[in-house]
Design a protein around this ligand. Structure first.
Ligand SMILES: [Zn+2]
Length: 339
């Protein structure tokens, strides 16, 4: 079996995973980031990479794939702009390559996750696919005619920052008002619940939980218990989510939209089914009911699996061709890991 190592860089920790050619994860190694200084981050990446490589014994690792937040030019391996890290023009691939003495292929983390889900998860068997990751923000990636869309300046797939509520929406981290991300991320759901709070002064959400418990899980649980405050927040959230998804359908007409991140891991009866009805109602000129909305299947591994796939494909140049040739048969994946 041919193994590759993918590194997924998150806002608070970094993960390296060994991944076989079928997309199965062997081992995972995590390290928390105590500083976002590029040198510190590179040293953490080196640490998890070396631990992962050790598990492969004598099996050769020829390249490394890295998914990183931010606007990234994968041709020169530079993180041009990453607001969460406070980075501008950080030559991340070069810095890591010097430490590891191996070529490093760098790509935006959401695009890496899309690559992973498309080839080894919920996108298998399609040529038109979209991954929307719902967490603190909304990330995404688009596949059309079997190709991962990158755009002229690597900005294709930044669906979280298309505006859906310019007049009445929440302020987004990017500075605009009413972005898809600010309305329909897990943070957006909490904001809907908080905005509705004055109408539900005796809400269980307000009285029986500490602020830090607030999140999709809690609100969905309260929804299941018939809490009217949770129901009202969920209705607004699904409405906003459906606007964004129907826009994506109008732009790229995907066969499947997979919902990833913590916000995607919700019972289909609560999320995908009602959302599909709302999206269909908002789909007009594009044929209705032809896009299936599902939960993504690779969970938190999607980014590392995609990064390892990028390494195996030999980097960004392979992405100009349809990925179908690289597609592998669906196979039961093993779930073992080490932290
Ligand atoms: Zn925004």
């Amino acid at each position: 079996m041919d193994w590759a190592i993918g590194i997924d860089l998150g806002g608070s920790h970094v993960t390296a995973a060994t991944v076989d050619e079928l997309g199965n994860v062997g081992d995972r190694f995590h390290r928390d980031l105590t500083s976002l200084e590029p040198k510190h981050v590179v040293s953490a990446m080196e640490d998890v990479f070396k631990k992962a490589r050790k598990t492969l014994g004598k099996r050769a690792v020829r390249t490394v794939g890295v998914g990183s937040p931010g606007n990234i030019d994968p041709h020169d391996g530079i993180v041009a702009f990453s607001p969460n890290f406070g980075w501008r023009d950080v030559p991340l691939a070069d810095m890591l390559a010097k430490k590891l003495k191996l070529p490093v292929h760098l790509l935006n983390d959401a695009r890496c996750a899309t690559l992973g889900e498309y080839l080894h998860g919920s996108g298998q068997g399609t040529t038109e696919f979209a991954l929307i990751t719902i967490g603190t923000g909304i990330g995404g990636g688009l596949v059309s005619r079997g190709r991962l869309l990158l755009g002229s300046q690597m900005g294709a797939g930044e669906v979280g920052h298309h505006t859906i509520r310019p007049d009445s929406g929440f302020v987004c981290g990017c500075g605009k008002v009413g972005c898809f991300e600010s309305q329909a991320s897990s943070t957006g759901l909490i904001r809907h619940a908080l905005a509705l709070a004055p109408s539900f002064p005796r809400s269980r959400l307000l009285t029986s939980h500490r602020d830090e418990d607030w999140g999709t899980k809690l609100i969905v649980k309260a929804l299941g218990e018939g809490d009217p405050h949770a129901a009202a927040a969920w209705e607004r959230y699904l409405d906003d989510l459906s606007i964004g998804l129907s826009n994506i359908i109008a732009f790229t007409n995907p066969q499947i939209i997979a919902l990833g991140g913590g916000g995607g891991r919700v019972d289909p009866d609560v999320l995908a089914r009602p959302l599909t009805a709302l999206v269909d109602a908002r789909t007009t000129m594009t044929p209705k009911g032809k896009t299936t909305i599902v939960s993504a299947t690779l969970g938190n591994d999607a980014g590392a699996i995609g990064a390892a796939t990028l390494a195996r494909l030999g980097g960004i140049s392979a992405l100009t061709e349809p990925l179908a040739l690289a597609r592998v048969p669906v196979k039961k994946r093993r779930r073992r890991g080490r932290t």
